[in-house]
Design a protein around this ligand. Sequence first.
Ligand SMILES: [Zn+2]
Length: 475
Amino acid sequence: MRLRFIGAAQTVTGSMHLIETNGKRILLDCGLYQGKRAESTRINKNFYSGDGADSSQQYFHPAQIDAVVLSHAHIDHSGNLPSLVKNGYTGPIYATPATRDLAGIMLADSAKIQEQDASFLNRKLAKRGEPLIQPLYDIEDALSVAPLFVSVSYHRETTIADGVRVTFYDAGHILGSALVKLTIDDDGAEKTILFTGDLGRRGLPILRNPEVINEADYLITESTYGGRFHEPIESMQAKLQEVILRTIKRGGKVIIPAFSVERTQEITYTLHRLFESKALPRIPVFVDSPLSVNATEVFRLHPECFNKEVFKMVIANDDPFGFEYIHYIKTVEDSKKLNDIHEPLVVVSASGMCESGRILHHLANNVSDPKNTIMIVGYQAPDTLGRRIVEKQPRLKILGEEYSLRAEVVEMHSFSAHADHNDLVGFVRNFDTKKLRNIFLVHGENEEQTALSTSLRQIGYKEIFAPKKGDVFNI
Ligand SMILES: [Zn+2]
């Protein structure tokens, strides 16, 4: 059996690993690589190594893949599926039911961004008289992925190719996220591989805790936050309350840029709890992003993924994401009307790093008023508007105009949906040291992987690798 690491290898995007056994090829995840434009295009367009010029360096042709297994719907794990299908893949894509539904809306949204990106670039190219480009994929390509999904619930072992079975366990990261166990009959010897996808955290507001797994021959684990420690989840509710109360006192608005999937629902659910317990006075809350509104609908369809507390609310006919003064906004007109309200309110809008979407309008209208608060609840990559806000840069360019940053800026790190160093070490610690042969660290940068690998060696695991893109292991 051969294991090839194609993406999220010493980096955090483009999750993609290939298992070759018994003449079959199984692809674990098919994520979008997100980086500088030219490099991203090259990597996402070609399922090749290097520059793709030498066909002997080809990892695989999409038509040669027998099955795809998807750990969860985040774009860095699912976002290159439309390219895979566009280039000839016609086989099944195994995922949990919630992942299938979330992937449906997220891939369509990603296609829209690809199309907008291409037309923006084409306007510039046309002016210079240079040849135009095609988007990586379009809406039609994204839609053509949907019929290939085969949904498999947690704990239902399913044969996906000759001698290969898959079982999903709850990863506690986002709705539907799975730890993927592959049980493989490799020339008569049974071997198990556990792939974490992204590992979640214990105690997140909506989801169950990640399941404990204690046996596998090989572990492929994410390492995003190796060597890093999150604020405790318990502080989330109190801090949210404190910041909103402070802003209400000033008569201001709280603007929260948030990722549409999971973060938005965690915030609305936490606000629901705060209003219910009268910890906050009644002020209107607006969720203003079409993807966030659609994602919340998908959450409502999958109570089987909720923890006991949220599940009980659903049974009692209490909508975890809906309460008297929360408004889900779909149309641009309704979004614009928010500017006419001059009283305290909360706006939750996307994109999470303030790179696109309606959040830009809300920021443009509100960053310069010291009464307001911009609450940053997620990771902000370098060179994004979100990062400039976190850095409290005095002048911000938003939608082509300059604005002074005078609003209060608050950062909250307790919302992270990723395991931190202690969570990762705790997860691996459950595995039987004698049975586990190799640990492969993926989905992490060098520094984080080194920190994690050092701790894992200290607790008795020796064969730890951090593969580079293209590395192949015979196991
Ligand atoms: Zn993820």
